[in-house]
Design a protein around this ligand. Structure first.
Ligand SMILES: Cc1cc2nc3c(=O)[nH]c(=O)nc-3n(C[C@H](O)[C@H](O)[C@H](O)COP(=O)(O)OP(=O)(O)OC[C@H]3O[C@@H](n4cnc5c(N)ncnc54)[C@H](O)[C@@H]3O)c2cc1C
Length: 339
């Protein structure tokens, strides 16, 4: 059950298998056309770089006034092999985004596989624009989709036993201030059938809810104007709100204590390799992740076996960097973008 939910938890994220490659970085020619028609002309390895985050390029251009004309200039200017102390050459799992999902995924992974090398990239250590800290921190079971309902019930159980999950040694985790209070959803005549169907699904999965007629609503919530309301549904258990910053801190601290490496850095692209298979098929494979370190503003290549995209509203951009939605190989884009 837990495993299933964990898998669900990351279902909106993409996980890509990477080709492992130990070769060093070679200079790149931005003008070179890497689309070569005849397979015989293609060596087994040709490198190209993808950088799709013009916003970042401009920010950096402003900061140190480097004459950067385009993304390739940016990569060439910044690419380095000299390591700053804390950036590893390789990792097993690279998680992009260190807010609630990235940190929770890292925690669950390390809990199940303590030897796994898990690295998280988070470009904004103040989380100023992360949905996590902007959110209301509300938890409800009233959804239509089974997976959402199950995730919420699991979330409520997790919070009830948060000490067991997120304590570090004998210290309690940061208090997340969970405040029990049911959600009240109301509907007009048109919605009655839908409310009843959802109620069946929700309660069959273990949600504790109560369906209310207009009279019951008036009695329980005397301040409510029930004109036009035909049905209500109220959460009796497992609904309420918490402090999202505190929950993020609790997950981060626990993940750190399990050996997860958090880097104040940004994924800016991937090193790509063209491979020719025996049947002549040419495939663009991702090789190294290119990581812009906030410590020295340089780009470091990193080998990784898996990448987990937990970049929240920027998940679409990260997917694009991996060629998703921009290449013939993966033509369908991840439909996520910041508003
Ligand atoms: C106003 C608001 C209210 C909400 N209310 C609720 C609620 O009541 N209940 C509820 O359950 N949900 C709510 N949500 C939704 C919830 O906040 C999000 O689903 C959740 O926080 C998403 O977490 P995340 O870790 O996926 O994304 P985020 O918290 O957005 O984190 C993504 C992180 O990725 C980092 N990042 C992005 N790109 C890169 C890159 N290239 N390299 C390195 N780092 C990168 C960003 O800096 C960011 O920290 C609300 C959301 C908003 C905006």
């Amino acid at each position: 059950m837990t495993l299933k939910l964990t898998r669900r938890f990351i279902c909106q994220l993409f996980v890509r298998r990477f080709a492992s490659n130990n070769s060093s970085i070679t200079p790149i020619d931005p003008n070179k056309d890497l689309t070569i028609k005849k397979p015989s002309e293609i060596s087994t390895k040709k490198r190209a770089f993808t950088l799709i985050n013009p916003q970042t390029v401009h920010q950096i251009k402003r900061i140190d006034d480097v004459p950067i004309q385009n993304e390739m200039d940016f990569i060439r200017h910044r690419l380095t092999e000299k390591r700053v102390k804390n950036i590893p050459i390789e990792t097993d799992i690279l998680i992009i985004g260190g807010a609630i999902k990235g940190s929770a995924i890292a925690f669950f992974l390390k809990q199940r596989a303590p030897d796994l090398k898990v690295t998280i990239l988070e470009r904004d250590w103040n989380y100023t624009t992360s949905s996590t800290v902007l959110s209301a921190g509300g938890l409800r079971q009233q959804f239509a989709l089974e997976e959402n309902i199950q995730m919420s019930i699991y979330g409520a159980e997790f919070l009830k036993h948060i000490r067991d999950h997120l304590s570090i040694l004998d210290n309690d985790p940061v208090p997340v201030s969970f405040h029990h209070n049911g959600y009240l959803l109301c509907g007009s005549e048109k919605s009655v059938k839908l409310f009843e169907e959802n109620y069946q699904t929700q309660t069959s999965l273990g949600a504790k809810l109560k369906l209310l007629t207009p009279n019951m609503l008036k009695k329980q919530f005397p301040w409510l104007n029930t004109d036009g309301i035909e049905i209500g549904c109220f959460g009796i258990q497992n609904e309420g709100w918490l402090d999202p910053w505190a929950l993020l801190t609790a997950f981060r601290q626990k993940a750190l204590s399990l050996g997860v490496l958090y880097l104040n850095a940004e994924l800016v692209g991937f090193d790509k390799v063209k491979r020719v298979w025996a049947d002549g098929t040419i495939e663009n494979q991702l090789d190294k992740a290119l990581i812009l370190s906030a410590e020295d503003n340089r780009i470091y290549p990193m080998d990784t076996t898996f990448v987990i995209n937990a970049a929240g509203p920027w998940a679409g951009e990260v997917a694009k960097m991996a060629g998703i939605g921009v290449s013939d190989q993966y033509p369908v884009a991840l439909p996520v973008e910041p508003r």
